[in-house]
Design a protein around this ligand. Structure first.
Ligand SMILES: [Zn+2]
Length: 317
């Protein structure tokens, strides 16, 4: 027997079937004859048609969902780029504030030089490379290299770090200025009139020329004598020539000396604040009448106290 299977299939396919359609109206039943081959062909065609339709629909769905994803990504990129631009603008403002602050404080420092080095000069915003980058990503967000973003965020991080350091320096500078203000002798130690200035003079008792190491301020006996800056009492007691005297050590190399007191109101080692009463005017020691002998020393050098009695002079620098 040749090709028995093929013949069997051919035999099955060539068989006819009758489909009867019964209408529930007035018409009688309708009988239709089909070969099995015809029915199989219809079934195969139907399956292929459905398959192709489903395939095409799926393909289209992928296409549209991809398009939607791209649109969403584009919006996200746009958002990121706008935020980047805003961040650069904010940083530019922070830098501007920094410059204004430094100018106000008249700060001259290494940082000042670094901040104004060539790459920063004339820059009130992003670098040119950064501006170009922002323009590029606005045009073709899908072509932007992720490394560009990395570079951007790296730059922002560095800028912020730089600003933090700069502001820390400004804060330290202000702290130092406050300390300097508190610990520099800046006021008159008492009321009265200057009866003998600083410098060469004829000594009122010995009658010979000598260097007067301070200023003499005369007033009534018992006039309060005040510390001219914050500090620590280094000496309180009798001293040859000075009579009852007080020596205060301040910071930044400053010392002040108060002589000829009638009463000493502080003890050695005591912390005193500016304006605090440390004693009363008298005429102890080598003195011709009630007055205060006031000296200012800085870094072991005697200074003219008159240069330290006006606080406004301190602010003039
Ligand atoms: Zn004197």
């Amino acid at each position: 027997m040749k090709y028995p299977l093929f013949r069997r299939i051919k035999k099955i396919l060539s068989q006819k079937v009758t489909l009867m359609f019964v209408f529930h109206g007035t018409q009688g039943p309708v009988k239709k004859h089909f070969s099995i081959l015809f029915l199989v062909t219809v079934f195969v065609l139907w399956t292929v048609f459905t398959g192709v339709t489903v395939y095409l629909a799926t393909k289209n769905f992928d296409y549209w969902s991809a398009k939607l994803r791209i649109a969403v990504l584009g919006t996200k990129y746009e958002f990121v780029n706008k935020e980047l631009s805003k961040t650069w603008e904010l940083l530019a403002k922070v830098e501007e504030n920094d410059r204004v602050l430094r100018k106000l404080l008249n700060m001259k420092s290494k940082k000042d030089v670094i901040l104004n080095s060539p790459e920063d000069i004339g820059k009130g915003g992003p670098f040119i490379s950064q501006a170009n980058f922002l323009v590029n990503i606005a045009k073709t967000p899908q072509e932007v290299n992720i490394m560009d973003y990395k570079q951007h965020f790296e730059l922002i991080k560095n800028k912020v770090q730089q600003q933090i350091e700069s502001y820390n320096e400004i804060i330290n500078y202000i702290k130092l200025q406050k300390e300097l203000y508190k610990y520099t002798p800046l006021i008159w130690p008492c009321f009265g009139r200057v009866v003998s200035p600083f410098g060469w003079r004829i000594h009122p008792i010995y009658g010979q020329e000598h260097f007067h190491t301070g200023i003499d301020i005369a007033n009534e006996m018992g006039t309060p004598i005040r510390a001219t800056a914050n500090g620590i009492v280094k000496y309180a007691g009798w001293q040859e020539g000075y009579g009852k005297a007080v020596v205060i050590e301040h910071k930044f190399g400053y010392y002040t000396v108060y002589g000829h007191l009638s009463v000493i109101k502080v003890k050695i080692g005591q912390t005193v604040s500016r304006n605090e009463v440390i004693g009363l005017m008298g005429d102890t020691g080598t003195s011709t009448g009630p007055h205060l002998h006031y000296e200012v020393w800085r870094n072991d050098k005697i200074c003219n106290p008159i240069k330290f009695v006006n606080p406004e002079d301190f602010f003039k620098g």
